[in-house]
Ligand binder design. Structure first.
Ligand SMILES: C[S@@+](CC[C@H](N)C(=O)[O-])C[C@H]1O[C@@H](n2cnc3c(N)ncnc32)[C@H](O)[C@@H]1O
Length: 268
């Protein structure tokens, strides 16, 4: 049996724990590939990952096909450096096809991309509609003619509650903490903590100061930014566990759920 890693608050690397707890890059590559192929009947090659953090998705994207290229954008030099070392650094020759850049997504000056994505609700840092609109306009302008913008969103009554969700991971516990929600302006403050078997904790390893945007608001804003179409991909339910089954299909009417995560795909 593989030995459980022995993490403590002193030895653990918060970026590595984040990647393990939160990200599922293989599923995302699969989703992006499937939806693009269905839309344009060919394989997508170029990806721009906005708010890329450690660039884990960029790494998996270039690994998934020898012609694929990826550029990740993030404001934080520390996380970019970590990603270059630990993700792009593991790519060997494929490293030539991936770049992580310290850039504001609002000011990005990259060549046109077939796919631009913003995952883990990162675009919710734009709390004013004018900022969100500016982001969507600049993303649209940076898309190839056959292109798509993809983001995720969350909702359901739980999204407005103060709660802590714990998930057991090998050697540690991941804690998602919704610390504050203001129903007047929909500002939502969240944090991630990591707990370890020796009783130590990395408190507020990551913090988020967001606006909880609704699907309808986001789609209206995408339309105002000039996108011709936007569609929601809703997660199916596993009949046995009654939780999400990881299969996202295009839907326009669904029953609300206590807590849900969906993808949104917009075409230029
Ligand atoms: C929640 S992390 C996202 C990490 C990764 N994309 C994921 O899916 O888990 C959000 C990241 O957005 C970055 N960020 C915030 N505002 C930004 C901006 N205007 N331009 C580029 N990056 C930004 C932060 O530095 C942070 O690393």
């Amino acid at each position: 049996m593989p030995r459980r890693p022995k993490y403590t608050a002193k030895t653990a690397d918060r970026h590595a724990l984040y990647e393990m707890s939160v990200q599922a890059p293989e599923n995302e590559v699969h989703f992006l590939d499937r939806v693009f192929r269905k839309t344009y009947r060919r394989r997508p090659l170029s990806l721009r990952e906005d708010f890329c953090g450690t660039g884990l998705l960029c790494r998996h994207w270039v690994e998934s096909h020898k012609k694929r290229t990826a550029v990740g954008l993030d404001l934080d030099p520390e996380v970019i450096e970590w990603g270059r070392r630990n993700n792009l650094g593991q790519l060997g020759k494929a490293q030539e096809r991936a770049r992580l850049l310290r850039e504001d997504v609002l000011e990005a000056k990259e060549p046109l991309s077939e796919i631009i994505c913003a995952f883990n609700f990162s675009y919710w840092v734009f709390k004013e509609r004018s900022q969100l609109l500016r982001y969507f306009e600049s993303a649209r302008a940076a898309l190839a003619r056959e292109g798509m913008f993809v983001c995720d969103l969350l909702g359901g009554p739980d999204a407005q509650c103060l709660l802590e969700e714990r998930k057991s991971m090998p050697g540690f516990k991941y804690v998602w903490d919704q610390e504050e929600f203001n129903p007047i302006d929909h500002s939502l403050k969240c944090a991630i903590h990591f707990d370890f078997p020796d009783g130590s904790r990395v408190r507020r390893a990551f913090t988020y100061d967001w606006r909880l945007w609704s699907a309808a608001e986001i789609r209206d804003c995408l339309a105002d930014a000039g996108f011709s179409k936007s569609e929601i991909y809703w997660e199916g339910t596993d009949k046995r566990t009654m939780s999400g089954n990881g299969i996202f299909t295009r839907r326009s009417k669904v029953q609300n759920e206590q807590a849900w995560v969906a993808y949104l795909v917009a075409l230029p």
